[in-house]
Design a protein around this ligand. Structure first.
Ligand SMILES: [Mg+2]
Length: 255
């Protein structure tokens, strides 16, 4: 197989970085499955599933907003365990249950079921195979070190990445410009020769554009977090910068 051609607008690209969750794999779908199994199958939990899901979503949104400014961030970088359990504890508190053991058990069940349900999008491997050997390819992913490494292992993605940048290992994550500086240094290209492919406008597209990279925004109709208030995928603010390309399927980067 020869070098595939990228679509117009992506000429001159010499290195490609992908985001992981909801770009290469369906993380939010796995999270929804994990939550339903954790709440639905637990013998000691008498709270209706819909209420648990709703309160978890509220607790999640609150926690995410402040985590970077608290002592939880350092714990979160190393491992997803403590913050996941804390989030479950806060969820239970919201429904009037104060039970540390139950929180820990729900957290473990959620983790196991979410991991089991995690899967790649149908086209991901084919796209990575086509790029392999022709472009240096890397991943830039936010999240705890242990969880992100587990995902890469489980999905057998390791052989496809020349460079791996994980928030938990760096101590900072997207949209921090230090991430993009490190990733650029690793491939030794000019900013305009690097492509960022990601599903998050805020964390992938905007910071990559601000660093002079080209960007592909992956907007899948299913990309809706369990904590979403709108039930719809992320919208671009009216005045926000335009990505180089918007796609629904990773294979759309090829001409
Ligand atoms: Mg993502």
């Amino acid at each position: 197989m020869g070098r595939p051609e990228l679509v117009p607008g992506l000429e001159g690209i010499k290195a490609i970085y992908f985001d992981l969750d909801d770009t290469l794999c369906a993380y939010w779908d796995a999270a929804k499955t994990g939550l339903r199994k954790a709440f639905g199958d637990h013998p000691d939990l008498t709270v209706p599933m819909d209420l648990m899901l709703k309160e978890w979503a509220i607790a999640f949104s609150e926690f995410v907003e402040t985590i970077g400014k608290t002592h939880w961030y350092e714990k979160y970088l190393k491992s997803g365990d403590l913050t996941r359990a804390e989030l479950m504890r806060r969820t239970l508190e919201r429904v009037g249950i104060f039970d540390e053991d139950l929180a820990l058990d729900l957290s473990n069940r959620y983790h196991v079921e979410r991991h089991a349900a995690l899967d790649l999008f149908p086209e991901s491997i084919e796209v990575l195979e086509k790029l392999r050997g022709f472009w240096p390819v890397g991943v830039i992913t936010n999240g705890p070190a242990d969880i992100q490494q587990m995902e890469i292992e489980k999905l057998n993605l390791r052989p496809y990445f020349d460079h791996v940048f994980i928030e938990g290992e760096m101590g900072f994550g997207k949209p921090d410009e230090r991430v993009f500086a490190l990733a650029r240094k690793a491939v030794g290209c000019e900013p305009g020769e690097i492509l960022m492919v990601g599903n998050s406008y805020k964390h992938d597209v905007v910071p990559a554009l601000e660093n002079g990279w080209k960007t592909v925004w992956v907007r899948r109709p299913s990309d809706v977090p369990p904590s979403s208030r709108t039930g719809r995928p992320e919208e671009k603010p009216a005045t926000g910068p335009e990505p180089t390309l918007i796609i629904k399927d990773l294979a759309e980067i090829f001409a």
